[in-house]
Design a protein around this ligand. Structure first.
Ligand SMILES: *Cc1c(COP(=O)(O)O)cnc(C)c1O
Length: 469
């Protein structure tokens, strides 16, 4: 499989190289040159497979030519073997034809484990084969950092540095990062805010001299492998609910448009998906696009669902590429105009095309808390605030009551106690068994000034299993 850039200028890469690439050299994002397509009969024959075997069927074409089948099967069995629920992504019924797919049974209790557990193992496999090492530097305001650290902790060939804003992440989220020890794991608390952390990561990609030739790898959702891993659970849900003989609809709590874009790809690969609901919080740039063809940058509004507090959605460009007939030059032009003005809209017929599949809703904090309380009272299912936004939007936007509607349960409620307590059901919160002693574990992190030179000096001093690069 070959991968091409959404801006049409960067060279095409194979899977191995796209795994190690960040942004394409032309500023675009990598996408498959040709999407694999499965027949309905083929998809139907996968019913009843264990999750890791289904994952092999769905992802095999994407890694073809880079990873032999037997090795890929083993990697997938190891990856999904660490999940605490034997179904990996169990479905819970909320109401007639209404479901939540629980994607939070991985080590760090959010759906990001599905991709980052796999990414760590893929990186280590490819790097061992090449005899190379890499450094990861990532910024986090919460879920990504812990999932990336958990995904890379056993990698022999990866040193990971995660920057978080000092004293500005929740205690559960901080502890999920700082209680994991290893000579290749480095938590840095920056005396600044999340944007400062993110800016440092971006600038480090632009000027990599401090890495002395070691390659820098991205772990945010611009990395293609993350999107790829998320396609699988759409197939998993549909097969449980009568697909592919029957269509299924999904509602997806959305920030950077990575998770829902995977659903869009699943549909283009042949899975009958009749509707995708983009569920956002007050940070609703995607809702403004889907409802009115206006993708306009706004200021940041902190919310009770902080993992979706974004101003722009990095993966939206991948959808724009398809909406423009995969014309890289047109996307490059659109994105440079957006960079200059902070505004973007597309031609009417392209927008209408998107609206055939996508609906959207922005949900505020009060509606979020009300949904947590109501669903808990009626079903006993305790939703985290992101999932609650998905459920609320699913109910408002669904097109057909006879089509199963599945909301992606993106995080465990214990990660976001503030919203659950505001909803009046905080008493029900409980840490799962493997994290029961989280608040007693020792922590390790380094506090650094809000200064990119200090951060980069720290990386060069510790980037080779704790030793200098
Ligand atoms: C990352 C995250 C999201 C948003 O996912 P995107 O792929 O960025 O759209 C939603 N909910 C939770 C809990 C998350 O951690």
């Amino acid at each position: 499989m070959r991968y091409i850039s959404t801006r049409g200028q960067a060279p095409a890469l194979n899977f191995e190289d796209v795994l190690l690439a960040g942004l394409a050299s032309d500023g675009g994002l990598y996408v498959p040159e040709n999407l694999p397509r499965f027949t309905v009969e083929e998809i139907a024959s996968w019913a009843g497979l264990p999750y890791h075997e289904l994952a092999f069927k769905v992802m095999r074409p994407f890694v073809a030519g880079s990873i032999p089948d037997a090795d890929f099967k083993q990697i997938l069995e190891d990856t999904y073997g660490v999940f605490a629920h034997s179904a990996v992504a169990p479905l819970r019924q909320l109401d007639g034809n209404e479901w939540v797919m629980e994607l939070f049974h991985g080590p760090t209790l959010a759906f990001k484990d599905f991709a980052l557990q796999l990414l760590g193992r893929l990186l280590d496999y490819v790097l061992a084969k090449r005899g190379e090492r890499v450094v990861i530097i990532g910024a986090t305001s919460g879920d990504t950092g812990s999932a990336a650290i958990e995904g890379c902790r056993r990698c022999d060939n990866v040193d990971i540095f995660i920057l978080h804003p000092h004293n500005r992440v929740s205690e559960v989220q901080r502890r999920q990062m700082t209680t994991i020890f290893g000579d290749n794991i480095h938590n840095i608390a920056i005396e600044g805010n999340f944007d400062d952390c993110q800016e440092m990561v971006k600038d480090s990609f632009a000027d990599q001299g401090f890495l002395k030739g070691t390659r820098l790898v991205a772990v945010n959702s611009i990395n293609w492998a993350r999107i790829m891993a998320q396609i699988v659970y759409y197939f998993h849900a549909a097969l449980q609910l009568g697909g592919p003989a029957r269509s299924v609809a999904f509602s997806v709590p959305t920030g950077n448009f990575g998770d829902i874009f995977a659903g869009y790809l699943a549909r283009n690969m042949g899975l009958p998906i009749s509707q995708l609901v983009v569920a956002t919080n007050r940070n609703d740039i995607l809702h403004r696009f889907m409802s009115g063809n206006r993708y306009d940058k706004d200021t940041l509004h902190p919310s009770l669902s902080p993992s979706m507090d974004i101003m722009v959605s990095s993966n939206f460009e991948r959808l724009l590429f398809d909406l423009h007939g995969r014309n890289g030059a047109a996307v490059a032009e659109l994105m440079s105009a957006f960079k200059a003005s902070g505004k973007l809209s597309v031609e009417e017929e392209r927008w209408t095309e998107a609206r055939k599949l996508f609906d959207s809703l922005a949900v505020d904090d009060e509606q979020t808390c009300n949904t947590i309380a109501e669903v808990f009272a009626k079903t006993g299912e305790l939703l985290d605030p992101h999932t609650a936004i998905g459920v609320y939007a699913a109910r408002e936007c669904r097109r057909s009551l006879s089509t199963p509607m599945v909301t992606l349960g993106t995080a465990h409620p214990v990660k976001f106690p503030e919203a659950v307590e505001k909803a009046g059901v905080g008493k029900a919160l409980e840490l799962p068994a493997h994290l029961a002693d989280l608040f007693e574990r020792p922590e390790r992190s380094t506090v650094l000034a809000n200064d990119i030179k200090a951060m980069q000096a720290f990386v060069s001093e510790h980037g080779n299993r704790g030793k200098p690069l």
